[in-house]
Design a protein. Structure first.
Length: 197
């Protein structure tokens, strides 16, 4: 039976001059999360896709919780009109708090920071630190090269095949949220520790 994730941590790019298709999809995700009564957890940014997804939720009466570290707590970067903002000392504490608050994780298109965050969530899942779903909003095939890299790593035996089941992906926000709710962690996850065949 599908679960209903109450809160989802969003990782997303905060750069300027991003593709309109990406901005629209981010806004729609926030809007759908608000409609489905899901709390949006994110890094408090008001620019790029971070700002778009937060606005999508807030403008449709959703709850948005921001977590910001001191170095990035700057007026031109931080979305101040949120349901709640938590301030932490550094980026590592920010990541840990965002992970703690979310029942699952979704990566929108982004750069180094977004990749760092979602790959850390996948690594923690691989290590058994959590059993939460990790999803990619794969707008316009943005993440296809990354998925090809995962498949290449599996082919070279750097990643076990069952670990490919640690995440779900879709270019459609409604479908992605449904996949997140229906997520079942893959079996045999300890094989890389035990080295059993």
């Amino acid at each position: 039976m599908a679960n209903h994730l109450q809160s989802i941590t969003i990782y997303a790019g905060s750069a300027d001059n991003l593709p309109e298709e990406h901005l629209h999809a981010a806004y729609e995700l926030g809007k759908i999360m608000a409609r489905e009564k899901r709390v949006l957890i994110f890094g408090s940014g008001k620019t790029g896709l971070m700002g778009a997804v937060a606005r999508g939720s807030l403008e449709h009466n959703g709850q948005v919780v921001g977590v910001i570290n001191d170095d990035l707590n700057l007026p031109h970067l931080v979305f101040s009109e949120l349901t709640r903002i938590e301030k932490v000392a550094n980026i590592q504490l920010r990541q840990a708090r965002m992970s703690e608050l979310g029942d699952g994780f979704i990566a929108l298109p982004g750069g180094f920071g977004t990749l760092y965050e979602v790959l850390e969530a996948l690594t923690w899942a691989q290590l058994g630190q959590h059993h939460k779903p990790v999803g990619f909003l794969n707008i316009g095939g943005y993440y296809d090269p990354l998925f090809s890299m995962f498949d290449h790593a599996i082919a070279c035996n750097y990643i076990y095949p069952e670990h490919r089941g640690l995440f779900v992906q879709s270019g459609d926000p409604v479908e992605l949220l449904a996949l997140m709710d229906a997520f079942i962690p893959p079996q045999n996850m300890n094989r890389w520790l035990t080295r059993d065949e």
